[in-house]
Design a protein around this ligand. Structure first.
Ligand code: ADP
Ligand code: MG
Length: 702
């Protein structure tokens, strides 16, 4: 009944951008590059900034450094310059004189600018010229008649553009699309009136029009900072759409059946009892949260957060046993072969004594061995499978997969995560899912990017951990640093030396790990030095890691391949070169490779001077702070959400209008609105998702 009573929602036209006048295949292709596919997308492509062309400034009132519009008469022109020709055009109005300077110009321009008496309207940045007077380099110019007086009656938008796409083309398209805004053929209002009233949100059409054509008396500072109510209205709607999309996916997953993992817990208890340590309070609490969740007959969707070294792996193994003890299987997926192998060794060492079959499914496994393994997996003879995403290839079937654990999720990105979830689904039922992040994510980010997951947090480190003492040292003191390695290794400790890039030709001045090894071997002949980087064959890389772990190497030179998860408790010294190039979370993650044993550990952040003020501030954060949650918060402030969530690396589509940092105060309201809409108004939910996320993005159909 309620469905009938609701007013019909406007069905927005998914008008392809080619339906706009003047958009052929070539222009459409360029627009696609900006993410513009429909006429609505044109309107959601917001200006980067604005110019004020509503006034004509007399030349005498111009100030260097300011953008201005002038009207003046040509008094003469000349082409000069020896090695490089340029065109100077001299102008005057009734108040003063000014020069236009062009480094590139067409014969037609040369001809136009050489006609004394012609009037021009020009817009550009005024600067002090080489000869003392004022000039404008490459202004936008238009010839005007004597009578022309009309100037823009609103601010002029400057759009994000791409090669071969001019501002005036974008402006023209926006103008066309804006005409259809009034008839509500495009971007009809989708937010319920009550919600808009409650949050004081401007209407959609009004907001869009204002952002594309702001009146000249608009609060420009608010517009520029992205805090104008019109922009906030759009940001709210976009964040809401993303929230809805993830939450709807969650709903759909949770409508499926999952095997309740509600055994006695005997096996997992046995495992915990055999550990050489007792679980931290946080580990116990988190395990209880998870146990309650997986006892349900709908899939768990849970994020396990914890600082580096907080002991996520033990939690994962304990949870895996809850699946095994009822005769089902568990899978653990890691982002790299290296990490998968390490997990495999851990799980094997922990679980085999309990009579549990653990298998490592690597991409390198081929032929007969691979076939046998797949058969055993399909027959249920293997209880726990560890691997990379190779685990979820089509050929892989599980007899009875009840739990999928994904480690260091961070590296995957939201869309990949959802696609993987899809692959984990087998034969009409859906496994429980536990996602573990490499480093903590600030709450605001977790609230939006992981809106489909519940969260458990390990907020306590195992006892006895000493903070890693961190120093920031300029590159030219590396001799002293090398001496320090000699001392440490002589006393039986092990050290890492991390070089961010492996190839000197990669233009950035990063040290090549291979060169570093040669260099260090020369200076430290008494040490056993190994090398691990991403371009070595897997066998070589593993041999080095294994030797290091076994204590057969003193010093391991590596790229950031060791960033996630590697666990060698005897290593207590870490040198990170070019530290200024890495993100805070990444540095914290790297640093977390030491400080795992009883010995006091040290981390040396080497940088190449000069250091910018921001870079300095970032390294200082690391020196002073050892709490991954706090570091993540600062990282978010310093570098923005794209870096923190890893979406920049994966090239994933990010937000168009909203900015998770700037607009984080909207997120609570977004969540509440999402709750209500999902409950009361599923049609609206569909339309909002379609508008902002589009039909093109499939999170994997569930
Ligand atoms: P991370 O959360 O970074 O993945 P790990 O699971 O690799 O952390 O654990 C780091 C180290 O701490 C491992 O050597 C692990 O065996 C050890 N560990 C885990 N839990 C405890 C505990 N409760 N007490 C002591 N050591 C622990
Ligand atoms: Mg780990």
């Amino acid at each position: 009944m309620q469905r009938l009573a609701r007013p019909l929602l406007p069905e927005p036209a998914l008008l392809p951008v080619t339906a706009l006048k003047g958009v052929g295949p070539k222009l459409a292709e360029r627009l696609h590059r900006l993410g513009i596919r429909t006429a609505e997308d044109v309107l959601l492509h917001l200006p980067l900034r604005y110019q004020d062309r509503s006034r004509i400034t007399p030349i005498s009132q111009l100030h260097p450094g300011e953008e201005a519009q002038i009207e003046a008469e040509i008094t003469g022109a000349e082409v000069t310059g020896r090695s490089r020709r340029f065109l100077l055009c001299h102008l005057r109005d009734s108040t003063g004189v000014l020069t236009l300077r062009f480094f590139h110009f067409s014969p037609a321009q040369e001809q136009l600018f050489s006609q004394p008496g012609v009037w021009l309207r020009c817009f550009g940045e005024v600067r002090s010229g080489y000869t003392g007077g004022l000039e404008i380099i490459h202004p936008e110019c238009r010839r005007i008649g004597v009578e022309e007086t009309a100037v823009a009656d609103c601010l002029t938008p400057i759009y994000p553009a791409t090669a071969g796409l001019q501002q005036f083309t974008l402006r023209g398209l926006v103008e066309q699309a804006l005409m259809q805004l009034d008839t509500a053929a495009l971007l009809p209002e989708l937010l319920p009136l009550a919600l808009r009233a409650q949050l004081k949100l401007l209407p959609m059409a009004e907001s869009v029009r204002l952002l594309h054509q702001p009146p000249t008396d608009v609060a420009l500072a608010e517009l520029d900072s992205g805090r104008h109510p019109a922009r906030r209205r759009l940001a709210f709607e976009e964040l809401l759409a993303h929230q809805l999309s993830l939450r709807r996916l969650r709903q759909r997953v949770q409508q499926q059946a999952a095997p309740p993992l509600a055994g006695e817990g005997g096996l997992s208890q046995q495992f915990v009892d055999r550990l050489p340590f007792t679980l931290t309070g946080a580990q116990q609490r988190v395990l209880a949260e998870i146990a309650a969740d997986i006892a349900q007959s709908r899939p768990m969707l849970r994020l396990l957060q914890g600082d580096v070294g907080s002991g996520k792996t033990v939690v994962a193994a304990t949870v895996a046993l809850r699946a095994v003890e009822i005769g089902a299987q568990a899978a653990l997926m890691a982002p790299t072969e290296l990490l998968a192998e390490q997990h495999y060794r851990n799980f094997r060492d922990w679980l085999q004594p309990l009579g549990i079959e653990v298998a490592w499914l690597t991409g390198r496994l081929t032929g007969r061995a691979r076939r046998t393994l797949l058969e055993r997996l399909a027959a249920g003879e293997i209880h726990v499978a560890v691997g990379t995403h190779a685990l979820f290839q089509e050929a892989v079937t599980f007899a009875n997969l009840a739990l999928a654990i994904v480690d260091e999720q961070h590296r995957f990105g939201v869309h990949q995560r959802l696609a993987l979830r899809e692959k984990g689904r087998q034969r009409g039922h859906c496994p429980h899912q536990l996602i573990m992040t490499a480093t903590p994510i600030p709450r605001t980010l977790a609230m939006s990017a992981y809106a489909d997951l519940d969260t458990s947090t390990l907020d306590e480190l195992p006892p006895g951990r000493q903070p890693v003492k961190t120093v920031v040292v300029p590159d030219h003191r590396r001799d002293a640093v090398i001496e320090r390695i000699r001392q440490a290794c002589r006393s039986g400790q092990q050290a890492y030396w991390v070089c961010p890039l492996i190839d000197e030709s990669e233009a950035l001045q990063c040290q090549a790990a291979a060169v570093t090894v040669e260099h260090l071997t020369e200076i430290l002949p008494e040490l056993r030095i190994g090398l691990a980087h991403g371009r070595l064959s897997a066998a070589h890389k593993e041999a080095a890691m294994t030797a290091f772990k076994a204590g057969n190497l003193d010093l391991l030179v590596a790229t950031t391949v060791i960033e996630v998860g590697v666990d060698v408790p005897n290593a207590s010294l870490m040198i990170i070169e070019n530290a200024e190039r890495l993100g805070l979370a990444q540095l914290h993650q790297l640093r977390g490779r030491v400080g795992r044993g009883a010995a006091a550990s040290h981390c040396v952040l080497l940088y190449r001077p000069p250091l910018s003020a921001v870079a300095h501030a970032r390294l200082a954060v690391l020196r002073e702070c050892h709490d991954g949650f706090e570091i993540a918060r600062r990282d978010l402030e310093l570098r923005g959400p794209g870096e923190v969530l890893g979406t920049r690396q994966t090239g994933e589509q990010t937000l168009r209008v909203a900015d998770l940092l700037r607009d984080q105060d909207l997120l609570n309201a977004v969540r509440h609105a999402a709750d209500e809409l999902l409950r009361d108004d599923p049609d609206r939910v569909e339309l909002l998702i379609r508008r902002w996320i589009g039909a093109g993005v499939h999170y994997g159909e569930v």
